[in-house]
Design a protein around this ligand. Structure first.
Ligand SMILES: C[S@@+](CC[C@H](N)C(=O)[O-])C[C@H]1O[C@@H](n2cnc3c(N)ncnc32)[C@H](O)[C@@H]1O
Length: 270
């Protein structure tokens, strides 16, 4: 995730936001902290080239937010992670073999800790896994912002015939490919930004991304699933829920879970 950041005086921030706020919309976050006399403006960039354009035009700097910066794991990982009656997530191949023997009727996913986000430790991922199990059976799945690939791999392990995954972070793409091989499943993994998502007819979409990108790209996300298809949207704070529901025009809220201060919504395309 690339973020362009610049500090302004309050007056200069007002002028900048008046001039550019509409253009960046939901991708822009303006923060004034009580103990500072300056105002921070962040814009979530559209890929490397978008970030470079922002920097060359407005100065400031570009930050690469790693999962460790923008997501803090909130609970120690309980092993194996049991998701309903269908899925188990473990951290090593040895454990995976052991749990496959013990529970042959369950899909067992093995995801070791790595640089990309998504070992199942974070509540937002766990709620997506649960929503995937609730949505089963489905024929096709798109994992948008796949991190370590856990959701795509879980979908493939459950038995989805067509699975695709993408992430804007090349490290996440590499890790998803490695993890897919480790789990003995094959699917298309691409390096791509949400801004380039094309229309498609997936049965289920899983997008565990922060609410800013979800709102900014709601139309694209909606068009990536067929009519009647489900969108599992996670990485949302409770105070952002209403905005998400409003942004997904032509969809109906059909499911909601919350845990550890995070919310996961399931929307159905009408
Ligand atoms: C919170 S992680 C989720 C990883 C995994 N899907 C999970 O549920 O654990 C969000 C992922 O979305 C990716 N991401 C964020 N903004 C994106 C964008 N605009 N386009 C594509 N991927 C994006 C990040 O690089 C990160 O890997």
């Amino acid at each position: 995730m690339l973020v362009w950041r610049k500090w302004f005086t309050p007056l200069a921030a007002d002028v900048w936001v008046a001039a550019w706020g509409r253009r960046f919309g939901q991708r822009m976050i303006v923060t004034q902290e009580v103990h500072r006399s300056t105002v921070r403006v962040d814009v979530y960039a559209r890929g490397e080239s978008g970030a470079a354009r922002l920097k060359s035009r407005f100065g400031g700097r570009v930050l690469r937010l790693t999962p460790a910066v923008w997501w803090r794991p909130q609970v120690p990982r309980a092993m194996p992670l049991r998701i309903g009656r269908r899925l188990l997530v473990v951290a090593t191949e040895k454990k995976a073999a052991e749990w496959r023997r013990r529970y042959p009727q369950r899909a067992v996913v093995s995801i070791p800790a790595g640089p990309a986000f998504g070992t199942g430790q974070h509540a937002s991922t766990r709620m997506c896994l649960r929503a995937l199990c609730d949505a089963w059976p489905f024929g096709s799945l798109l994992d948008a912002g796949c991190g370590a690939g856990i959701l795509a791999i879980a979908g493939a392990k459950l038995g989805a015939r067509r699975v695709q995954a993408f992430d804007c972070d090349p490290a996440a793409v590499r890790e998803t490919r490695v993890n897919a091989r480790r789990n003995g499943v094959r699917f298309l993994v691409r390096r791509m930004d949400l801004a380039s998502l094309e229309a498609n007819r997936f049965d289920v979409l899983a997008a565990n991304i922060l609410s800013g990108p979800l709102v900014a790209h709601a139309g694209r996300l909606r068009r990536s699933v067929r009519r009647g298809g489900r969108m599992i949207l996670s990485g949302i704070r409770p105070n952002q829920e209403a905005e998400i529901v409003r942004a997904f025009v032509g969809c109906r809220l059909v499911g909601r879970r919350s845990s550890d201060g995070w919310v996961c919504l399931v929307m159905k395309r009408l």
